[in-house]
Design a protein. Sequence first.
Length: 109
Amino acid sequence: MARSTRAQKAERVTAAQELLARGTSMAEVAVALSRDFGLSRRQAYRYLEEAQAVAPPSMIAEASVTITLKVPRSIVRELRSYSANSGLSVSEIVRRAISAFLSAARGHG
């Protein structure tokens, strides 16, 4: 089996950190990582251990691409308000939301 790239490793550690931050149990995080990334449970626990050892958020080492979206004003207001309250940038919130959506969609494809 090929070794994971730095970007893959960062993505998996970040996913584990986000699930842990939501209060998901370690066992449930391991199952989710295993399912979402096609990992063995043993490897999922390794990423989970690393997620606990590093300070969040772990940045995904991948180039970003600018996109333009048309979104209703009411959603933009909510997004900006959430951004101000959470301390996360609008870009980070949108990236996380899209990533979570695609992750869920992969499991229901």
